[in-house]
Every structure is written in structure tokens, then in C-alpha cells.
Ligand binder design. Structure first.
Ligand code: NAD
Length: 417
């Protein structure tokens, strides 16, 4: 079994950077800057609960690097949130914005809480409380949050409203993933999965895999997982299995993504979806499918299960689903990994489009958003592929080389004094 230290997401993020830094012969001073977050804020958020008691929640905002522009990254509500997870996610945001070449840095936020056990009123007070504490370091020109695990457009709307109270006027560009009615972008809802789809499409071209005859499995059935099931299904691929935190289901003849999404909405889980057999999360990862889409949490693919994975492409919609040891096994076994911060960069790319539209106060239609997203993701995929060929490294290390080069160049140009 991997040790707790080995599975610490921030240690993993640092290890990934170190590997790329060595190969690309990164300047040691810039390497040292990039190994640590630039700034972090730890807060305690008091919330009046429905029963009249007061509960104090721990929250974080990490601003990892702003050399290329304002920090950008989601806010996660999770009972097992830790500062090291937030640091890792903030680091990955820095590489993500750089790999798709948008003028932003990296940040991330989190609150230790279990939203599944909280009422809508409690969640609203917690969301507003988070902004009351963290709002001072946010703003379209400083740091721009977005949704992540267990946060959604409604929560973004409450946060944007609370920020408006602090400022005295509405500043839509302070947060992205908002409902369209209050300055959200068309196409933000499924942007992460749609961006991932563009990279899967390009990977399939590279590997001569016909998506129309391909099979796939999805771990995690939230925003990222549901939309990738739908979009890959629309492209002709056959969904075989899905899972969520409560368990999974399989049908080798194929599952209908739309019906599964409806079922999950009504029942809160995919478990017991009619016409399927039960499958564990562990079994799902080792299924004989062409494309595996980890779309839940970190450290799902480890040195223990990597030798048994049968997929040809692993499309990492989740952040950090693969440990460095598993990465090496996949590279040796010729399994093509589309690394997280490339694969799931569609969300932040459309978030960037959202901020641009907010600042211009001029809004684009859906085809325009899709076209611009496709351009960004396709270019990023082939930039990374070129680096992989040039340096003869796995796609994750190649993605690091592309991204770190861009951030390093920004630091070099701005200077360290
Ligand atoms: P979400 O809250 O909408 O969904 C998370 C899903 O994962 C839920 O279905 C939950 O049941 C499932 N899950 C939780 N623990 C699990 C476990 N142990 N095994 C199997 N399933 C489990 O979250 P999301 O926004 O879809 O995010 C999922 C992943 O995608 C995260 O790693 C997140 O950082 C990443 N991501 C999301 C976005 C975005 O725009 N939403 C962007 C980039 C990356």
C-alpha cells in the first residue's frame, strides 16, 4: 500500500514538477519559486445552523502563482478537504492556465464541510461567510474563484452577491461558473467535459482509434462525469459503466447517459439503475474499455491497480487521479494518459471567456464559445504532444514542460528582486 506521505497531493504535485524541471533543465531559482505557493489564507467561518447553534468551519484560499495574470481556480466543499489538497490543486491550476495559454495564474479554495448534510440555508450562509473572510484577496484583477467538487452555480451566485455587498456594486468578473442570468457564460456548465472531449478526440486520432466503435467507463458522476458520458455518447462511443461515491453500475450492451443523469438527479446515486449489475469503483477502473474517464477525486489509479488497467486512453477529468508510480506503469505499458491539467482545462478556459465577457459586458452565443474552446484545447493537446516527442517523455511530463516553460518565462521577464 502507498503511504499517506506518498499520497499527499501536494507532495505529488511537487514531485511532478521536480521531474519536469530536471528534464527541461529549469533554472534552480525559478524552480524554487514554483515549488511553493505564493500566498495562502486560512480562515474560520462561523455559521448559524438551522437549529440555532453556531458551527465554525475551516476554509482556505491558496494563490499559487500570478506571474501570467490573476490567480484562478475553484472552491471545493468537502469533509476531507486539507490545505495540502488545496495547495496541489492551486499548483495544477497554474499549469492548467499556462498549458492552454490563457493569461491567468493559479489558485484554489476549499472549505472543510459536508454539504450533503447541510440545508440550503446553511450552505448559503457558509458561502457568504467564506466571501466575508476571503473577499479581501479576491477580484477580477487579483484572484477569481469558480465551482469545483460539491459547489455549483447557485453557490457562485451567493458568493458573487456577497462580494457585491463588500464592494458596494456588482462585480460579475470576481467569480465564474455563475448562472447565465447574472453574467455566466453560455457553455460553462459542460465546459470541463467538452474540453476533455476535444482532447480525447485528438488522442483518438493519434492512436487511430475510431470513437464510434469505442467503449468507455466513467468514475464519478457529477458535473465532469455526467457531461463526459453525454458528450462522448453523442460522438458515438458506448458507455459501459459508471460509478459515484455510493457504488457503480455496468451493462456491457451500453448505458443511456441521459436516462442515467435523470436517475441520478432523482435518486442521488447511479446505484440500482434498472437493467444493470452492480460494480465497485475498484472494478470499474480495471474494466476492458477503450477509454477510462476518472472524474471523481485524487489517487484513484495507483501502483496497485495500474498493472491491471486495460483502457487504451485514460482521460483525466478529475484532478490528480493518478499517482506518479502509476504514471510510470502506464507509460511503460503504452497506455495513453491525457493528463488532468490538460484534459480538464476546458472549465477554466470557458471561465476565462466568462471573465472577458463580464469585463466587456458583451456576451457570446454558444457556437462561438464551443469554437473558441475547441481551438484552445486542440492547440494545447498538440503543443503537449510535440513536447512529448521532442523530450521522449510521458504526456504529463510533456504538459509540465510546456506549462512550466511559459510560467518560468513570465517570471524571468518580470524579474525577481
Ligand atoms: P461533482 O461534485 O459535481 O461530482 C463529484 C462526483 O464524484 C460525484 O458523483 C460523487 O459521487 C463522485 N465521487 C466522490 N467520491 C467518489 C469516490 N470515492 N468514488 C467514486 N465517485 C466518487 O464534482 P466535479 O465538479 O464533477 O469534479 C470532479 C473532478 O473533476 C474533481 O477532481 C474536480 O477537481 C475535477 N474538475 C472539475 C471541474 C469542473 O468544472 N467542475 C473542472 C476541472 C476539474
Amino acid at each position: 500500500m502507498a503511504s499517506k506521505e506518498e499520497l499527499n497531493p501536494f507532495k505529488i504535485a511537487q514531485k511532478q514538477l521536480d521531474k519536469a524541471a530536471e528534464i527541461m533543465k529549469l533554472d534552480p531559482g525559478i524552480h524554487a519559486v514554483l515549488r511553493e505557493p505564493m500566498r495562502e489564507l486560512h480562515v474560520s467561518i462561523p455559521v448559524k445552523m438551522d437549529d440555532g447553534t453556531v458551527k465554525v468551519f475551516k476554509g482556505f484560499r491558496v494563490q499559487y502563482n500570478d506571474a501570467r495574470g490573476p490567480c484562478k481556480g475553484g472552491i471545493r466543499f468537502h469533509p476531507e478537504e486539507t490545505i495540502d489538497t488545496v495547495r496541489a490543486l492551486a499548483a495544477w491550476m497554474t499549469w492548467k492556465t499556462a498549458v492552454v495559454n490563457i493569461p491567468l495564474g493559479g489558485g484554489k479554495g476549499g472549505v472543510v464541510c459536508n454539504p450533503k448534510e447541510m440545508s440550503a440555508g446553511e450552505l448559503e450562509r457558509l458561502s457568504r461567510g467564506y466571501i466575508d473572510q476571503v473577499g479581501r484577496i479576491l477580484g477580477p484583477e487579483k484572484d477569481i474563484p469558480a465551482p469545483d467538487v460539491y459547489t455549483n452555480p447557485q453557490i457562485m451566485a451567493w458568493m458573487a452577491d456577497e462580494f457585491a455587498k463588500l464592494k458596494g456594486y456588482y462585480v460579475p468578473g470576481v467569480i465564474t461558473g455563475k448562472p447565465v442570468e447574472i453574467g455566466g457564460s453560455e457553455g460553462r456548465g459542460d465546459a470541463t467535459a467538452r474540453g476533455a472531449y476535444y482532447t480525447i478526440r485528438e488522442a483518438a486520432k493519434k492512436l487511430n482509434l475510431d470513437l464510434k466503435n469505442a467503449t468507455f467507463a466513467v468514475q464519478g458522476f457529477g458535473n465532469a462525469g455526467q457531461f463526459i458520458a453525454k458528450i462522448l455518447g453523442e460522438a458515438g462511443a458506448k458507455l459501459i459503466a459508471v460509478s459515484d461515491s455510493k457504488g457503480g453500475v455496468i451493462n456491457r450492451d451500453g448505458l443511456d447517459p441521459e436516462r442515467l443523469i435523470d436517475y441520478k438527479l432523482k435518486n442521488g446515486t447511479v446505484v440500482d439503475f434498472p437493467g444493470t449489475s452492480a460494480i465497485t469503483n475498484k472494478e470499474l477502473l480495471e474494466l476492458d474499455v477503450d477509454i477510462l474517464c476518472p472524474s471523481a477525486l485524487e489517487n484513484q489509479l495507483t501502483k496497485e491497480n495500474a498493472p491491471h488497467v486495460k483502457a487504451k486512453i485514460i482521460a483525466e477529468l478529475a484532478n490528480g487521479p493518478t499517482t506518479p508510480e502509476a504514471d510510470e506503469i502506464f507509460f511503460e505499458r503504452g497506455i495513453f494518459v491525457i493528463p488532468d491539467f490538460l484534459c480538464n482545462a476546458g472549465g477554466v478556459t470557458v471561465s476565462y471567456f466568462e471573465v472577458v465577457q463580464n469585463i466587456y459586458n458583451f456576451y457570446w452565443d454558444l457556437p462561438t464559445v464551443h469554437e473558441m474552446l475547441d481551438k484552445k484545447m486542440t492547440k494545447a493537446f498538440w503543443d503537449v504532444d510535440k513536447a512529448a516527442e521532442e523530450y521522449k517523455v510521458d504526456p504529463r511530463t510533456a504538459a509540465y514542460i510546456v506549462a512550466v516553460n511559459r510560467v518560468a518565462e513570465a517570471i524571468r521577464l518580470r524579474g525577481i528582486a
